[in-house]
Structure formats: structure tokens, C-alpha cells
Design a protein around this ligand. Structure first.
Ligand code: 13P
Length: 259
């Protein structure tokens, strides 16, 4: 059985003071989450402070991106080695906002996935189609291209160490969520591809999260789908009580659905 996973992506939000308040509320509100793994991904500027607040507790730390080299002359970048040193365990890669705003290519994302794995970080590879691609019936083609390119050249046994996130671009920050059926269909397709690229066992072990306007109101219907192993939460992760409600639903409904 796959343990449900809920990740909060704080994106470019929060002063250091606000990050401390949010991290403290999460730590105090989720002292012993059962049957669910929880990760929060603050901006780089708050990682060290949040790491200190979360300490050795159950909420794990993640970053929102990383460079593909361990060190070097790359002004403004942060390496996977630096993230591991700070206590990060996860790193989001290939988020559509970075693909779109910063032109991150599948090739670059692939190098980042390899670098994250080499530094014992769990890459959370994000894939998803735009509204136009869905309208043209290109959803599967798009996510397949992103998945194959993102994982190209990686050894089959390392593929079992990644997390995938299906985040349809049209659902991010729009309040329009994919229906549980729409999401489950894509998740099933991605799992089939993983099975081919890695192995059936690795594909069965891999968590595939849904992201895009997840809230406390829709989280249960989404994670009730056997193919949906948790959520990658943006806006709703900035509110401690809202995020905690999502985590509790994922733990309860997710576990029941996957028994
Ligand atoms: P929202 O939950 O704000 O739609 O963002 C989703 C997302 O992009 C998480 O990575």
C-alpha cells in the first residue's frame, strides 16, 4: 500500500516572520500525523528557519527547485547539495510555473532529477497539460512527453525513488479542480508508463499526487480515488488550518480507499 503524501508548496509567499508563524502552526497542529506523510516547501529564504522549527518532528522539508550541479559559478542558484545540507528531503522539479515563466525545458528538468537523486533528495517531478492541450485532446501526449523526457537515462532502480505530481496547468490557482475521474485517468496512464520505463513493482510503489486548486473541500473526493496518492497543494497550504484539514482527509480517506 502506498502511504498518502501531502506536500505544501508555499511558492513565492511569505516573509521570514510569516514563514515562522506558519511552520509553527503546522508543527503544533500535526504532532503525530498517522497514515500520511507531510512535506512543506517554503521559499529558499525561509528554509533554514523552517528547518529549525520543524526539527526532528514528522513534517519533512522540501525545496521548490534546485540547480543540476552540486556547486559552481551559477549566480543566484541553489544546489541539491546545499538543500540536503539544510535538511531538505524533497525537491519539486518541473513545476509548470517554472516551465512557463523561466523556460525550463524537459532536458534541464531531467538533469535536475538526476542531480536530486544523486544527493538523496526525493524529486517530485511535476507534469501537466495546458487548457489548450486538453481541448485538443493532447493531454496524454503532453504528460507522456514530459514524463519520458524528465526520466530519460535514469537507471530503472532509481525510478522507484521519485514522486510524480500531475498538475494540469488550467487547474493551478484557478479554483477549477480536475474532477477525481479526470485526475485518476491521467494518474493511471502515468502509472502504466512508469511500469514500462521502470518495472511493475516500481510503478506500484510510486506515489502520484494531484495538484491544482486542492482545498479542504475537494481533497477527500480526490484522494478517495485509488490512483491518487495525495496532493500537491499551493494556495491552500498558506493557511495552517486549511492545510491540516487536507492532511487529515488524505490520511483518513486515502488509507480507507487503499485498503
Ligand atoms: P494551487 O493549489 O494554488 O492551485 O497550486 C497548485 C500548485 O501549483 C502546487 O504546486
Amino acid at each position: 500500500m502506498r502511504m498518502p503524501l501531502v506536500i505544501g508548496n508555499w511558492k513565492m509567499h511569505g516573509t521570514l516572520g510569516e514563514a515562522r508563524v506558519l511552520a509553527t502552526a503546522l508543527r503544533d497542529g500535526l504532532k503525530r500525523p498517522r497514515g500520511v506523510e507531510v512535506v512543506c516547501c517554503p521559499p529558499f529564504t525561509a528554509l533554514a528557519a523552517v528547518a529549525e522549527i520543524l526539527g526532528a518532528g514528522p513534517i519533512q522539508l522540501g525545496a521548490q527547485t534546485c540547480h543540476h550541479e552540486a556547486a559552481g559559478a551559477h549566480t543566484g542558484e541553489v544546489s541539491p547539495a546545499m538543500l540536503a545540507d539544510l535538511g531538505c528531503r524533497f525537491v519539486l522539479l518541473g513545476h509548470s510555473e517554472r516551465r512557463r515563466e523561466l523556460g525550463e525545458s524537459d532536458g534541464l528538468i531531467n538533469r535536475k532529477v538526476g542531480a536530486a537523486l544523486a544527493h538523496k533528495l526525493t524529486p517530485v517531478l511535476c507534469v501537466g497539460e495546458s487548457a489548450e492541450e486538453r481541448r485538443q485532446g493532447l493531454t496524454f501526449t503532453t504528460v507522456e512527453g514530459q514524463l519520458r523526457a524528465g526520466l530519460a537515462g535514469l537507471a530503472g532502480d532509481t525510478l522507484g525513488r521519485i514522486v510524480l505530481a500531475y498538475e494540469p496547468v488550467w487547474a493551478i490557482g484557478t479554483g477549477v479542480t480536475a474532477t477525481p475521474g479526470q485526475a485518476a485517468e491521467v494518474h493511471g496512464y502515468l502509472r502504466g508508463l512508469l511500469s514500462e520505463l521502470a518495472s511493475k513493482e516500481a510503478a506500484q510503489k510510486t506515489r502520484i499526487l494531484y495538484g491544482g486548486s486542492v482545498s479542504a473541500d475537494n481533497a477527500d473526493a480526490l484522494v478517495a480515488e485509488p490512483e491518487i496518492d495525495g496532493a500537491l497543494v499551493g494556495g491552500a497550504a498558506l493557511n495552517a488550518q486549511g492545510f491540516i484539514a487536507i492532511v487529515r482527509k488524505a490520511a483518513r480517506v486515502g488509507a480507507a480507499a487503499k485498503e
